[in-house]
Design a protein around this ligand. Structure first.
Ligand code: M6R
Length: 618
């Protein structure tokens, strides 16, 4: 959940590190800190609780000397509250060694006790698990005089998940890193090299990257990069080119990253479809790693994800079951592996993750691999761990998603799942070529339709502005509208800190209808009356039931749906789409509503409280 960056080169390291942290701040923003070896060859650290800007202001007031070696960290607190003392870097070897960490060292209490027994004079200045690692690496450096070796000695004693970066003032020009179950990427420059939690850390300097593998140690100098496993055996690395440039991760004139990312949704769908719908057929060469025979042999699909990714997975289930006629279960990744699930070599486990680093999902995928399942991942981040662990990956091409609330990634995930559903239907012979071509054409129409929906941004903003005192909002949907209702509620909770719940509309009468009282706002996702198999009439009945009890109806309905008008206080119209495609049009108004309501309350929509973009702890 934290962001880490390392640099060795001839540029001013403070500037490089702060630039990297600015791009990584979405990963955590409780506190931030940097360590650099200054012009006099001394280790210097600066760290502050609060957002990165607090640290930047502090450095403006009292600048650090600018050597060319440094590490930086932006934190999402796990062990110890978000204060200056717990901020990273942490120091070892009498302040000569600095270390930063992303993850959790589960056995830190035991290690701390051992340390106090063997070195009773040790003074801890924080409550973090990280400081224990810093002190241990400092001790090992004293013993070995080799930073990579010192790190190697220590990581063999750590349990849990970690990416660690360390530097020592007696070894200027070197930063070492180690990773287990947390991400680490190398940026390859010209006379300079970088380390980062993801490529955003260095993409403004280089697009040449290498993903560090599980249980590996990396050492960078200005002109050198070496990678070994935890036993010190050198490993071969594969370079890749980052497919987006630094400007893609800038706000570009928008008021927030979230606003920009919502505006990019049509493009995110279009790019995800690009080259994958050819002459009306689906072309997913990424699935060659699994192969048609293996896909034919599977008798069940399990979709895994968390939060928004799990809701896109629900839509994937509806589409895959309908088109490919195979049972599909959707599970929250963090529930999956702890209940002894029934999976085997005939199960295809499809994991969904924008970041590709969500620890709950990664662990669930590893569990599935051990159980012999085939694995496919749907990820947005190139070279992410989940993608690399899986047999095959379908990348969504949504571009970098910086705002903590997931928006364009959701629609791109659904588009990718639908492509997969159509591919599977072709392999299993459950849809004819003309049927596949028809559905693919509907998919391809979505970007233009969604652009029309986004034109209503100002109207939705006005609605949100009227509702800043609202204390609770409910969201109702049926069938494909149900995941949209859940997603709408999640967005409102995480951004505007308002109680919100999503329900399957048919479930209402089984209990939740008791929540309805005069004035209760309820968003209802209404299916098109013209779509085949539409539940339009039933949803309109549900609207009448709650309206009779005083609810204020905010309907998202097909343009011109006359049946809804008499009962709705507000209608947000969307173009005609068939049942499974409508969610891709209906979700944006709810994202905009949550964002604008939060903005109207003066909240930070890109960095909501207590959250981080990628949740790399279990
Ligand atoms: O990176 P992932 O897609 O695996 O992230 C999963 C969830 O943490 C994420 O979707 C989260 O629910 C978002 N903040 C929701 O907006």
């Amino acid at each position: 959940m934290c962001g880490i960056v390392g640099y060795v080169g001839s540029s001013k390291s403070v500037e490089v590190l702060l630039g990297g942290l600015r791009r990584l701040e979405y990963r955590g923003y409780d506190s931030a800190g940097i360590a650099v070896i200054d012009d006099a060859g001394l280790m210097n650290t600066r760290k502050r609780a609060g957002k990165l800007q607090v640290l930047v202001d502090e450095l403006d007031r009292s600048p650090l000397g600018n050597g060319g070696t440094g590490i930086g960290h932006t934190r999402w607190a796990t062990h110890g509250g978000p204060n200056d003392a717990n901020a990273h870097p942490h120091l070892g070897d009498d302040g000569k060694l600095a270390l930063i960490h992303n993850g959790i060292i589960e056995n830190f209490a035991e290690l701390k006790a051992e340390l106090l027994a063997s070195h009773p004079d040790t003074v801890f200045t924080s409550e973090t698990d990280t400081e224990v690692a810093a002190i241990l690496v400092g001790i090992e450096y004293q013993r070995t005089g080799d930073l990579a070796e010192a790190l190697r000695q220590v990581v063999s004693r750590l349990h849990g998940a970690f990416t660690l970066l360390a530097m020592h003032q007696d070894a200027p020009g070197v930063v070492v890193g180690a990773r287990r179950n947390s991400p680490l990427v190398i940026g390859l420059g010209d006379g300079e090299n970088f380390l980062g939690s993801d490529v955003a850390a260095f993409v403004e300097h280089t697009r040449r990257a290498v993903a560090v593998g599980q249980d590996q140690i990396v050492t960078i100098g200005a002109d050198s990069v070496s990678v070994t496993d935890f036993d010190g055996i050198p490993v071969e690395v594969t370079e890749f080119e980052v497919s987006w440039d630094a400007s893609a991760a800038e706000k570009g004139g928008w008021s927030s990253f979230m606003a920009k990312e919502i505006s990019e949704e049509p493009e995110a769908i279009a790019k995800t479809l690009l080259g994958r719908v050819v002459d009306g057929g689906i072309k997913l060469s990424e699935l060659d790693g699994i192969g048609d025979d293996a896909l034919l042999a599977i008798n069940r699909v399990v979709i895994l994800g968390c939060g928004t990714a799990a809701y896109s997975g629900m839509l994937g289930k509806y589409a895959i079951e309908k088109w490919a006629r195979i049972p599909v279960d959707v599970e929250l990744s963090h529930e999956f592996r702890y209940r002894d699930p029934v999976i085997d070599g005939n199960t295809l486990v499809v994991s969904i993750s924008q970041s590709g680093e969500t620890m709950d999902t990664l662990m669930a995928v590893k569990y599935a691999i051990e159980a012999g399942a085939r694995t496919l991942s749907i990820c947005n981040t190139q070279g992410a761990t989940i993608a690399r662990e899986s047999d095959a990956v379908i990348y969504t091409h949504a571009g970098p998603e910086v705002a903590v609330a997931s928006t364009k990634a959701f629609v791109a995930q659904v588009a990718a799942l639908y492509l997969f559903g159509l591919h599977l239907a072709r392999v299993r012979g459950t849809l004819s070529s003309p049927e596949i071509a028809g559905l693919a054409a509907e998919l391809q129409a979505l970007p233009d339709q969604l652009a029309i929906v986004l034109e209503q941004h100002d109207a939705i903003k006005q609605l949100a502005g009227w509702m800043t005192d609202t204390r609770s909002v409910l969201f109702l949907g049926r069938h494909a509208g149900y995941p949209v209702a859940l997603e709408g509620a999640l967005k409102l909770k995480e951004l505007a800190y308002i109680h919100a719940e999503g329900f399957a509309a048919g479930e209402l009468k089984h209990g939740p209808i008791a929540l309805i009282e005069a004035g209760q706002p309820v968003f209802v996702i209404v299916p098109s009356p013209r779509a085949k198999d539409s539940l339009h009439k039933k949803v309109v009945s549900n609207i009448q039931e709650i309206r009779a009890r005083g609810a204020r109806i905010l309907a998202i309905a097909e343009q011109g749906d006359a049946a809804v008008l008499p009962y709705a206080d507000v209608v947000i119209p969307i173009p005609l789409a068939s049942t499974l495609f409508e969610p891709l049009l209906a979700v944006a108004p709810l994202q905009i509503f949550a964002m604008e309501l939060a903005s109207a309350k003066g909240l930070d929509v890109d960095q909501p409280r207590n959250l981080a973009k990628s949740v790399t702890v279990e």
